[in-house]
Design a protein around this ligand. Structure first.
Ligand code: FAD
Length: 483
């Protein structure tokens, strides 16, 4: 900085999405940043399969990227998604727009390309990224972190002031912290897992189905989705219970807590399949031919990919505390991994980065900064974790349901009549920066109203708009000015 002051230093574990963005935010503001990443440099090695291939980026994630001057670089690699393209069981299609127009959309981005862009910007800003450094253990008294290297058995010991754990859902830093303090951590597994498949480009090199949509094949207890990639492919994700029939009713607490009655097979679908009954590529093909025939035709390597791609587990991680006094703090999935059904894990992690950077820039007392960060973000993380679970039911089971569609229609009409008060919950989460906890609370009030107002109705013919308007004004305070 030229004034002789020593730049504050921070050690970040994990150069994934959150680690890279936090490094940028602080390096750009003059901090000295070292990031330790267990994998090699994906810009040299190429991207390893394993985690989801592409992600939906929403407004709050973009808002965070803008604080880091990274929005343009990232947006250059995205594909716009205007809504959900629902592929019904009878074969017909329906585009359910997410928002009012093309200002209310989400963006599909390849995880590897996004991570590469952020690593480039972090290094340009002066952050040092050390690849092949896997955090193995931490001596919090001596403030020494030990790193191993997957390529050999070299061990490096690094002295730190403060560690930030951006090392994802299986965080090693979290495990080390849990050995010296009570984090109150618990994981709830969903009982459903996922498998990724691919729709390649057509013979002309272009997209084979509508590119500007998030495709969903809802089938009650299970579903497929597909997100576009900028090179003309789609990543298809099959979500399926771990156990199919005959144990269809024995889902664990997470699902049960959210009113899952969908083990009752819907008309038009078949007895519930699961990853225990569909175990080979050939079985997967037969299942796709039966339940997702239009998708099946577009996935030539289905058998191979089903057999070779890993089956990913899904769960929610809850902690009661995210920091060890002034010595260590967790962000992103390391603090609050969630199920992916709202497409918000990364967006939430990016908001964490901005919040933590702001707290660190406001005070030199790191314990205070970490406590402030946790107080601000933990209730919001809890809120989006809950909404993400609820969205699974919505996506796989409700988007083709008449009551749901009527409530949705009424919600959109009320939003037009009361733009200052009524905003569908999906829009609050996806197109605004309203805190997640606010979106959850307002969403609950709105949902109760919609259920009440549509009870015993099959359409909005003869609807009493005056009564509905009065209800909105009585129950929903105006939204804040700048959301
Ligand atoms: P990660 O991205 O997991 O990064 C952690 C990094 O730490 C990695 O680079 C890892 O190699 C490194 N690391 C791990 N252990 C160590 C160690 N011991 N030492 C050093 N480094 C280590 N979110 C969205 O917003 N939109 C979506 O559409 C979306 N879709 C998803 C679909 C699926 C199927 C899944 C599973 C998740 C999805 N998510 C989505 C969530 C999103 O992937 C995560 O929330 C996001 O990756 C969290 O970022 P992170 O930096 O905290 O963790």
């Amino acid at each position: 900085s030229g004034d002789g002051a020593v730049a504050p230093h921070l050690t970040i574990v994990g150069a994934g999405l959150a680690g890279a963005l936090l490094a940028i935010l602080l390096a750009q503001r003059g901090w000295s940043i070292d990031v330790y990443e267990k994998r090699g440099d994906l810009r040299e090695l190429g991207y390893e399969r394993g985690r989801s291939i592409n992600l939906a980026l929403a407004e709050r994630g973009r808002h965070a990227l803008r604080q880091a001057d990274a929005d343009d670089a990232v947006m250059a690699k995205t594909v716009m998604m205007r809504g959900r393209m629902v592929h019904f069981a009878d074969g017909h299609l329906d585009l359910q727009r997410y928002g009012r127009d093309d200002t209310e959309v989400i963006w599909s981005v390849h995880r590897g390309e996004l991570n590469e862009a952020l690593l480039d910007i972090a290094e340009e800003a002066g952050a040092r990224i050390h690849f092949h450094h896997r955090l193995d253990s931490v001596d919090f008294e001596a403030r020494i972190a030990k790193f191993g290297d997957d390529r050999g058995d070299t061990v490096r010991e690094i002295h730190f002031d403060t560690l930030v754990g951006a090392d994802g859902a299986g965080s090693s830093l979290r495990q080390a912290m849990a050995e010296v303090c009570e984090l109150g951590d618990r994981s709830e597994f969903l009982g459903h897992s996922y498998k990724e498949l691919e729709i390649p480009p057509g013979p002309d090199g272009g997209f084979q189905i509508e590119p500007h949509a998030l495709h969903i094949w809802p089938r009650g207890r299970y579903m497929c989705i597909a997100l576009p990639n900028d090179e003309g492919t789609f990543t298809v994700t099959l979500f399926l219970p771990n156990r199919g029939a005959p144990d269809a009713g024995t889902l664990n607490g997470v699902d049960g807590d959210h009113g899952d009655t969908t083990n009752v097979t819907k008309p038009g679908t078949h007895p519930a399949p699961g990853f225990d009954t569909i175990t080979t590529g050939a079985q997967a093909r037969a299942f796709f031919d039966r339940d997702f025939p239009d998708a099946s035709r577009l996935i030539p390597a289905l058998e191979h990919d089903f057999d070779h791609n890993p089956t990913g587990v899904l769960g929610t991680l809850y902690l009661d505390r995210w920091h060890l006094d002034h010595r260590a703090v967790l962000i992103g999935d390391a603090a609050h991994a969630m199920v992916p059904f709202h497409g918000q894990g990364m967006n939430c992690a990016f908001e964490d980065c901005v919040a933590l950077a702001n707290h660190l820039l406001q005070t030199t007392a790191r314990g205070e900064a970490f406590a402030g960060f946790q107080a601000e973000r933990l209730p919001n993380a809890r809120a989006i974790q809950q909404m993400a679970l609820e969205n699974y039911l919505e996506m796989r089971d409700h988007v083709d349901d008449d009551d749901y569609l009527l409530q949705r229609e009424l919600g959109n009409r009320l939003a037009e009549r009361h733009p200052q008060r009524f905003l569908p919950r999906y829009a609050m989460v996806t197109f605004t920066h309203l805190p997640y906890a606010v979106a959850l609370a307002r969403g609950e009030t709105q949902h109760e109203m919609l259920v009440e107002l549509t009870r015993d109705r099959t359409s909005l013919d003869g609807f009493d708009w005056d009564a509905a308007d009065a209800l909105v004004e009585a129950r929903l305070p105006p939204l804040p000015e700048d959301y």
